[in-house]
Design a protein around this ligand. Structure first.
Ligand code: HEM
Ligand SMILES: [Cu+2]
Length: 627
């Protein structure tokens, strides 16, 4: 028990239980949520860089009419790789990574729920990303767009193994996302520090919780889509073949039933980050905590009622058009509530315009523009006009980059000191923000005009007679400005990681629990689990938080608490490190990659998976197993 121990002794015991020892083997076996989240973050940012380089390649090709730098086939692969990488290997995983790092700290617990599943989920997404990028290196990357419409991706037109690789990459990412979502839900519902009742949960945690529920509801649809696609291609099922009673529109329905909520999987965590940063730098509690939580939940529910707006040009019944236009516009209501609450918080507070807040303000501006064009394309006649043009490319980059990348960069500036113990530079941060904000708008705003001038998306070149050349050159030059902003950001990250100013536990004087422990936090997160009596416990008790005692120190243990009131219910053991999730991920990967080539891989490949799962769950007689 930890009751009688003084701080130093307690720390020694806890480290012995929780710390990941040195060595490659131990690194592969670790289940520490912070280490796994760091891996996720680094991996996701590597994919952002790779996806960004592809964007640069497209912009070089499009800078002039009739350029011959990329041939049409390469260009098809590149825009598919760019979209798929950004959506599946950067945006979703990066939000999951932030959840894996921050949620356990913000709710005041020692590790995430199901930590071995967490380790497994990382290896799975890593292999999925490698699969996609190795196929690109071999000139066999998917070329069917990030939504892989049939029949283009079906057995008749999709050549080679390209579409299969896309479909199986999707399987990897959805598997890992589902695993993380379950971990988040259980961590938030069952592992909150005593006293953190539902109305005291930090807003970021709320947003991650809603995100996790969206993942759980949306991913099965894309799982169905990618699996049936590969079945059609590999064993000649006829899901998408109208001649045999299949239906091509079925693909669009199941894809977008996932694809639209996907946008909110990315946006809601970003809204949580914005809420946190706005409150901290306004030096006051957030204005409208309850409306914000309600808006998050409403967004999560409405997200499932508007997928058909991606399909307006397939010819819908009049009633369907009206319904999906109305539901698409309705989502602007919770978005408006959020923006109102953030502005009110800034207005009523004493805002300090540090880099994280600058990124959030950039986010609000950009996201509002993206929302306005969103309301425009929600109208069927307008959408029919601009469908598949650069207007749409402009719209979704405003919501994706404005709505997710900007707040994410703000969040990195904000939580970097917690993760590494070092501060990033305010001066470089301002430069990065200025260049990225300006570069982004100069790059993407003119795309609206190009779209209205009729330039279609996904074309590898265009004729000089068309009135598009000047704008395209301008856009490509502006993209360089945007890229230079990212370069400044990454330089600052690397510089700060090695030699930034030491941060101390709470450099921003923030109010939530992750700032109640050292930076970076120790392996066990908190010496003693804090007791919470407010939304921002560190603002109410700046000197010392009340803590619980009574957890064992001779094994990994944490507090399980009730869902609503967070009353402590039980001492729960938390799994120790294990190499088996790694082997299970390797076995799963062999099965999934094998099934691109032969259906028998599913049969034979399930045997090694079963073996690794037996190893994973076999009782080892440790204290954690027997409690
Ligand atoms: C960093 C600067 C970026 C630039 C310069 C850029 C540029 C482009 C361009 C030019 C296209 C259209 C290609 C075409 O239709 O021929 C495109 C498509 C796309 N981009 Fe980006 N992009 C950037 C960042 C992002 C980010 C951060 C995301 C997501 C989080 C993203 C998601 C997409 C998607 C989903 C597509 C559609 C791909 C498809 O048509 O299948 N982009 N991008
Ligand atoms: Cu949508």
């Amino acid at each position: 028990m930890d009751d009688g121990l003084d701080d130093a002794e307690l720390e020694r015991h806890l480290l012995q239980r929780w710390e990941t020892p040195h060595g490659v083997w131990n690194a592969l076996a670790t289940v520490d949520h912070k280490i796994i989240a760091r891996r996720y973050l680094v991996t996701a940012f590597v994919f952002l860089i790779l996806g960004g380089l592809l964007a640069v390649a497209m912009r070089i090709q499009l800078a002039q009419p009739e350029a011959r730098i990329l041939d049409p086939d390469r260009y098809n692969q590149i825009f598919t790789m760019h979209g798929s990488t950004m959506m599946f290997l950067f945006a979703v995983p990066v939000m999951e990574a932030m959840a894996i790092y921050l949620v356990p700290l913000m709710v005041g617990t020692r590790n995430i729920a199901f930590p071995r599943l967490n380790a497994y989920s990382y290896w799975i997404i890593l292999v999925g990303g490698l699969l996609l990028w190795i196929s690109f290196a071999l000139d066999a990357a998917p070329d069917v767009g990030w939504f892989a419409y049939v029949p283009l991706s079906g057995p008749e037109y999709g050549s080679g193994k390209r579409a299969d690789i896309w479909a199986q990459m999707i399987t990897f990412t959805e598997l890992s996302a589902l695993a993380v979502a379950v971990e988040i839900v259980v961590t938030v519902f069952k592992q909150r520090a005593p006293g953190m009742s539902l109305d005291r949960i930090p807003l970021l945690v709320w947003s991650m919780l809603v995100m996790a529920f969206i993942v759980i509801m949306a991913m099965p649809a894309i799982m169905f889509a990618s699996s049936t696609l590969i079945l059609d291609r590999l064993v000649e099922t006829q899901f998408y073949n109208p001649a045999a009673g299949g239906d091509v529109l079925l693909w669009q329905h199941v894809f977008w039933f996932f694809g639209h909520p996907e946008v909110y999987i990315i946006f809601l965590p970003a809204a949580g980050m914005a809420s946190t940063i706005v409150a901290t730098f306004s030096r006051r509690t957030i204005f409208g905590y309850l409306p914000l939580v309600m808006a998050f939940i409403a967004t999560g529910v409405l997200a499932f009622g508007l997928w058909v707006h991606h399909m307006f040009v397939v010819g819908l019944p009049r009633l369907g058009e009206g319904f999906f236009t109305a539901s698409s516009m309705a989502i602007a209501v919770p978005a408006g509530i959020q923006i109102f609450c953030w502005l009110a918080t800034l207005w009523l507070g004493r805002p300090v315009f540090a880099t994280p807040l600058l990124f959030v303000i950039g986010f609000i501006v950009t996201f509002v523009i993206g929302g306005l064009t969103g309301v425009m394309v929600a109208s069927v006649p307008f959408d029919t006009q601009v469908h598949d043009t650069y207007f749409v490319v402009a719209h979704f980059h405003y919501v994706l980059v404005g709505g997710a990348v900007f707040p994410l960069l703000g969040a990195i500036y904000y939580w970097f000191p917690k993760m590494t113990g070092r501060m990033m530079s305010e001066r470089l941060g301002r430069w990065a923000f200025g260049l990225i904000f300006l570069g982004f708008n100069l790059t993407f705003f003119p795309m609206h005009i190009l779209g209205l001038l009729g330039m279609p998306r996904r074309v590898y070149t265009y004729q000089p007679e068309l009135p598009w050349a000047g704008l395209n050159l301008f856009i490509s030059l502006s993209a360089l400005l945007l890229v230079s902003g990212f370069v400044v950001f990454f330089i600052d990250v690397l510089r700060a990681w090695r030699s930034g100013e030491p941060a101390g536990p709470n450099p921003w004087k923030a109010g939530t629990l992750e700032w109640a422990t050292s930076s970076p936090p120790p392996a066990y997160n908190f010496r003693r689990i804090p007791v919470v009596d407010a939304c921002n416990p560190l603002w109410v008790h700046p000197d010392e938080l009340a803590v619980t005692t009574g957890l064992r120190v001779d094994r990994r243990e944490l507090i399980a608490s009730s869902v609503v009131e967070a009353l402590p219910q039980a001492r729960e053991s938390s799994p120790r490190d294990s190499i088996w999730p790694f082997w299970a991920a390797i076995a799963t990967s062999i099965m999934l990659i094998g099934s691109i080539f032969t259906p028998w891989a599913v049969v034979w490949g399930s045997i090694p998976i079963a073996v690794t799962l037996i190893g994973w769950f076999w009782p080892k007689g440790t204290a954690e197993d027997t409690s």
